[in-house]
Design a protein around this ligand. Structure first.
Ligand SMILES: [Zn+2]
Length: 494
């Protein structure tokens, strides 16, 4: 945390120079010696850390994709080949003389065993989180004690950005799971000395149990997945609970739309909260940490505040792989700095940020760190739909989700993709299941929704089923699944 204040005040040019220097050192002392995947790849291409002189030179390093984590004939170890794996021989061969001399000095003072133990602590994985893809093979990312310290540091910074102090109390509703969101929250509390009650979410304690926990603990902040947190607030409002202590809600693990924030704000006001603030966060398994929005005016996102001493973000044109100009749309590319365990260099996140990254001083909190636009679309949410006999159409399911979750009369929604007539050789069809806010007229709402979707996504669902809320909650698995079933692809091979 001691580094955060100076880091958040660097000017853009100086910041980039520091980042490049830091990457050069990380490549020379950790990645090239100990990283099985990049060691081979960089050697094959004759890439050397000293070639990296400016930010633009990053382009000489090949991009890493999700496919690189899967075992293949040339890389049978898959994601395991992304873990730093030093041996005494590799250390002797690669570390600079000054670093080896320091190691030797410690050996003389503390003894060989102590130094061995120290190195083991630095490099031995102690925690694992995994990607959550339903259809894809899960990919694990490992943390050593060194990375746990980094995760705690990121947690402390997040709480600092949200203006949370050790006097605050937090209820954490992320599921108990090997997922980043849960661990980021739990460790943030530990590192900043904040009391955190982790309920495990709906699946563990049920919604009634979570509401009771909030009633008793009177937290100032609650944190969870957007869909579940909305469900909990709705249930609490229906039973007229008093959540006046809750002034902040942090949402993670999924995109948060402006419309959903507005719906949650009005529920929180019904529950007695005055001027509630709702923050979105962004994170992914491969980064092993998350970033957050700072308090801004209602309806405005400050963007996600990054930690430029712990990573490098680039924005590229997804087709050409070239850098785009500041503030332009593009795919986020992530490089870890000075980490251990599973490390990625120039990893293509598959996340398209509309508005890219900006580096001017944040007008809301004054911090000088690059901020990622919160308007992010995950490329894996873009699916090909064969809706005519002639060709397939690419459909961005995120934008459908945006329309549905922002709509004031829609309470819950689910998108189902299937085959017409249940025939595997027939065309694809898209069906919407929705439940409506009380007092909404069904026909009118369905017609308006069709029109809204057509305008926003050029897509017409084959059917809209209006269901009672309780049936929708069962369909979504709100109380039974780790993550609600928002988009269901029932097509064969999906
Ligand atoms: Zn800010």
């Amino acid at each position: 945390m001691s580094l955060w204040k100076p880091v958040a005040s660097h000017k853009p040019q100086a910041r980039r120079e520091r980042q490049v220097a830091s990457l050069r050192r990380f490549l020379a002392e950790q990645v090239l010696p100990f990283h099985p995947f990049y060691r081979g790849l960089y050697k094959e291409r004759g890439l050397k850390p000293e070639h990296l002189k400016s930010f633009e030179d990053l382009r000489s390093l090949p991009l890493t994709t999700k496919a690189d984590f899967l075992p293949t004939d040339t890389n049978p170890q898959g994601y395991r080949s992304f873990i730093l794996q030093p041996t005494p021989e590799l250390i002797r061969e690669h570390w600079p003389k000054t670093k080896l001399a320091a190691l030797l000095a410690r050996k003389v003072i503390f003894g060989g065993e102590a130094v061995k133990e120290e190195i083991k602590l630095e490099y031995k994985p102690v925690l694992m989180t995994a990607t959550t893809g339903r259809s894809a093979e899960p990919v694990s990312f490992l943390y050593t004690k060194h990375d746990i310290d980094r995760l705690e540091e990121a947690g402390e910074r997040l709480l600092d950005i949200f203006n949370i102090t050790s006097d605050d109390r937090v209820v954490n509703m992320f599921p108990y799971a090997p997922h980043l969101a849960f661990w980021q929250t739990a460790l943030a509390g530990l590192s900043r000395g904040v009391l955190v009650l982790s309920t495990g979410g709906g699946k563990v304690m049920g919604t009634a149990g979570n509401i009771r926990a909030i009633d008793r603990m009177k937290p100032s902040l609650i944190i969870g997945m957007p869909g579940y947190t909305y469900h909990l607030l709705r249930a609490a409002a229906n039973e007229e609970h008093d959540f006046s202590s809750v002034t902040k809600v942090v949402l993670g693990a999924e995109k948060v739309t402006r419309g959903l924030k507005e719906k949650m704000t009005s529920l929180l006001k019904e529950l007695g909260s005055k001027d509630p603030l709702i923050f979105g966060t962004y994170g992914f398994t491969e980064a092993r940490m998350a970033w957050g929005e700072c308090p801004a005016e209602q309806g405005i996102s400050s963007g996600y505040h990054t930690y430029p001493d712990m990573e490098i973000f680039e924005v590229i044109d997804p087709d050409t792989g070239e850098h785009v100009a500041e503030g332009e749309d593009g795919e986020l590319v992530y490089t870890t700095l000075n980490a251990r365990g599973s490390c990625v260099i120039r990893y293509r996140t598959g996340d398209i940020a509309r508005g890219g990254i900006v580096t001017n001083q944040c007008p809301y909190c004054g911090r000088n760190v690059p901020r990622i636009s919160s308007d992010i679309t995950r490329l894996s949410n873009v699916k090909e739909l064969k809706s005519t006999k002639i060709k397939g159409t690419l459909v961005n399911l995120s934008s459908i989700g945006e329309v549905l979750s922002s709509n004031k009369v829609i309470d819950e929604w689910q998108v189902e993709i299937g085959k017409r007539n249940n025939d595997p050789f027939d065309l694809d069809e898209l069906v919407l299941n929705i439940s409506l806010q009380q007092g909404t007229e069904r026909e009118f709402a369905a017609d308006r929704l069709k029109e809204e979707l057509r305008l926003a996504t050029e897509l017409a669902p084959s059917r809209i089923n209006v269901l009672p809320l309780n049936d929708m909650l069962v369909k979504l698995g709100m109380e039974t699944e780790m993550k609600e079933r928002r988009i269901v692809d029932n097509r064969p091979n999906n």
